[in-house]
Write a protein that binds this ligand. Structure first.
Ligand SMILES: Nc1nc2c(ncn2[C@@H]2O[C@H](COP(=O)(O)OP(=O)(O)OP(=O)(O)O)[C@@H](O)[C@H]2O)c(=O)[nH]1
Length: 318
């Protein structure tokens, strides 16, 4: 019986490869295209006749030649499949997303499988690339990642002032303390509290009090460096952890904040309202064993400032 396969016997197979809803590309070891199916024709706009025997990296310059070389080499050597996912490389072939109405994707995200194809004596002579359109999966994952990041940020933020809330600030302070212990990089803490804020609330109302708190938060933001960790510590208490700053530096910055707060003119129905704040500062040192102790020492400083008449900076010898 003859083992020869005639074209008519495998016509259905060719038909299937051409019409299947994934991209099928076969290249030889020099990257020349040997098969280019209907999916690839539809999305690239290049017909098989155009692609046949062309070097794939000459037509798709977005495919890094070195990278493809590595992939092909490992597939040939190991005679095993290799993959690339959209998370490692969003696409191999830059195709426009064909769902511009229903999705925001500018291009088609792709997962690609590389298969070794052997000849009759078992030598890998060609590589088959199977291109899966995973745009929907990629977009929904990106959307949920964005939503999660937003939720995380919300859980760390004080709603009124948009500063870090106390819980998150403490977390950051604890990690900075670990950095100090490991590498010796110091940080200093400023803790301050608005003076007689109860009187502000009682005289002008809680809503106006909130405006004052927001104004104070703006002062901290305006006077902070990107790496400073600012936060609302509670009611009318604020804080800032100054990275790589010693006690002297913290004193200068606290003084700058004190003057800036003193200078703000809040306005309530045509009346100018002014507030002051009292400050406590503390620096990470070997005698301060953890972040709780740092907060405690800054708090003692604040207590001293309040006791000495407010609108000033207090430092505890602890
Ligand atoms: N408007 C407003 N007030 C707040 C908020 N959180 C706390 N407070 C008020 O802050 C005031 C704090 O008062 P006290 O703890 O007595 O302190 P103080 O009047 O600032 O006095 P000293 O700190 O001793 O100078 C209270 O009236 C609280 O109601 C807030 O989110 N908004």
């Amino acid at each position: 019986m003859s083992a020869t396969i005639e074209l008519k016997d495998i016509h259905w197979l060719i038909d299937m490869v051409h019409s299947i809803d994934v991209g099928i590309v076969i290249i030889d070891k020099d990257f020349n295209v040997k098969v280019w199916n209907g999916f690839m024709e539809n999305h690239s706009g290049f017909l098989t006749a155009h692609m046949m025997d062309k070097k794939i990296t000459d037509v798709f310059t977005s495919i890094p030649e070195d990278w493809l070389q590595q992939k092909v080499k490992s597939v040939c050597l190991l005679k095993n499949k290799a993959f690339t996912t959209w998370e490692q490389r969003p696409y191999l072939f830059k195709f426009k997303s064909y769902r511009p109405i229903t999705s925001n994707a500018e291009f088609m995200y792709q997962n690609v499988t590389f298969l070794p194809l052997t000849d009759i004596v078992g030598v890998v002579t060609q590589i088959c690339m199977i291109v899966h359109d995973v745009t929907d999966v990629a977009l929904s994952k990106q959307t949920s990642q964005k939503a999660n990041a937003k939720l995380t940020r919300l859980s760390q933020t004080d709603t009124l002032t948009q500063l870090n809330n106390q819980g998150y600030w403490r977390e950051r302070c604890a990690s900075e303390f670990l950095i100090y212990k490991k590498s010796g990089r110091i940080a200093s803490m400023i803790l301050f509290d608005i003076d007689h804020f109860k009187i502000v609330n009682d005289t002008y109302g809680h809503t106006f009090g909130d405006e004052v708190l927001k104004g104070i938060a703006d002062v901290i933001q305006d006077n902070s460096k990107k790496e400073d960790i600012t936060g609302r510590f509670g009611g009318e208490e604020f804080t800032s952890l100054l990275i790589d700053t010693n006690l002297e530096g913290a004193k200068l910055i606290a003084e700058r904040l004190r003057k800036a707060i003193e200078a703000i003119h809040f306005e309530f129905q045509g009346t100018v309202v002014k507030v002051t704040a009292s400050f406590g500062i503390a620096q990470m040192t070997d005698s301060i064993t953890d972040h709780e102790k740092l907060i405690e020492v800054a708090n003692l400083g604040l207590y001293i400032a309040k006791n000495n008449g407010r609108n000033q900076i207090g430092v505890s010898e602890h």
